[in-house]
Design a binder for this molecule. Structure first.
Ligand code: FMN
Length: 355
């Protein structure tokens, strides 16, 4: 079975606008997981609360009809993620998402922020398998749920925590388990623990998705070697820095991935043709493609956000990741970071893109 490529959720970054712009420029993904939204019940203004997800974009529509060609074992094109620890509240939010066409909802068990973890949410639940058990036991008694998947780390403060919580996860009919092999207390620092990941993945009864620090082909090869029978890979910062990374993986490992992204709704989307050159990171062709993406993203943000401060915040965040592919352009990128108005920003972008 082919592996799927899913874009990771990055709260504040990979929002609705960013996802649409990405797909229009790069495609090559099989699925996207949306950043977490807090599970709510009985809120009067659900459209507002779920504004990143409702209404669903047209390209997510296949999510309700897997018979429309979704390859076996693949997640729907867009998977919303909920954060919470009360099953009834979670179920109510999940049902609303399902009614709107989302066939799968992910439970966030990885968020590392102390404010979140302290409240027994995100990675704060990992040291408490009995709470995870109670949550899932009552969740799966709820009617009309979408499929449920989870995204975990190896533990909150101890890389052995997975031994207890995985045994709990194995008892419920989860669609998949995405493993980010760090600890919650590490945030995004330090390195991923592939040895412990490999043991955790072996002991998981569900399809396993690897996530963490895949920035190129070698990092993918290491993750795939640690657990060869994985179901998919989730790409976060690596893909945001080099948006051609999904296409590179497809081209380098034709036996492991579909030849093009399942989720490739855009007629202008780049489809990685076998053997066709994929622009090298930072090359003139890369800069040109990234330039078109940046212009499109900028236009979309200016349409929906008011005032330069909000638009520039979002654009600087996106550039923060792209900048990692441009080590020789520190000065230009610092200039972009200082931009206060649209004109300064556009000038800095043109200098980075050499246009
Ligand atoms: C700014 C930021 C926001 C994130 N938001 C979420 C989120 O909403 N939900 C989630 O499960 N993970 C979130 N993550 C974690 C990523 O999805 C991913 O697990 C992590 O970045 C490791 O993968 P990578 O090395 O491929 O980026 C976030 C990470 C960052 C850096």
């Amino acid at each position: 079975m082919p592996l799927y490529i899913q874009l990771a959720p990055l709260h504040g970054v990979t929002n609705r606008v960013y996802r649409d712009a990405w797909l229009a420029s790069f495609g090559s993904l099989d699925s996207i997981m949306a950043p977490f939204v807090l599970a709510v019940a009985g809120s009067s203004d659900l459209r507002r609360h779920f504004k990143d997800l409702l209404p669903p974009p047209p390209w997510a529509a296949t999510g309700v009809a897997p018979e429309k060609g979704l390859p076996p074992g693949f997640p729907p094109p867009l998977v919303p993620q909920l954060m919470g620890n009360e099953s009834a509240v979670f179920a109510e939010s999940a049902r609303i998402l399902r009614e709107n066409g989302y066939a799968e909802v992910n439970w966030n068990l990885g968020c590392p922020y102390p404010m979140v973890a302290k409240k027994f949410r995100g990675s704060g639940l990992l040291p408490h398998p009995e709470r995870i058990d109670r949550f899932l036991e009552s969740l799966f008694l709820e009617p009309e749920l979408p499929r449920i998947s989870v995204k975990v780390r190896l533990g909150r403060a101890d890389a052995a925590e997975w031994r207890s919580f995985m045994e709990v996860l194995n008892r419920y009919p989860l669609a998949s388990v995405t493993v980010h092999p760090r600890l919650g207390t590490q945030m995004y620092r330090g390195s991923v623990n592939l040895e412990e990941y490999s043991l955790a993945a072996e002991s998981c009864a569900h399809p396993v998705v690897y996530n963490g620090d895949i920035t190129g082909l070698a990092a993918f090869a290491r993750a795939a070697e640690a657990f060869p029978s994985l179901a998919g890979v989730m790409l976060g910062r690596g893909a945001l820095s080099d948006p051609f990374l999904p296409a590179r993986l497809r081209q380098a490992y034709p036996e492991r991935f579909l030849s093009r992204g399942f989720l490739d709704p855009s007629p202008t989307g780049e489809v990685p043709v076998r053997g066709a050159p994929i622009p090298l990171r930072g090359s003139p062709e890369w800069l040109e493609a990234v330039g078109l993406f940046q212009d499109d993203l900028y236009r979309r943000y200016r349409e929906v956000l008011s005032g330069p401060a909000h638009v520039l915040d979002k654009m600087k965040e996106a550039w923060g990741y792209l900048a990692q592919s441009l080590p020789g352009k520190r000065r230009e990128i610092a200039e972009l970071g200082r931009a206060k108005g649209f004109e300064d920003f556009e000038r800095a972008v043109d200098r980075i893109l050499e246009r």
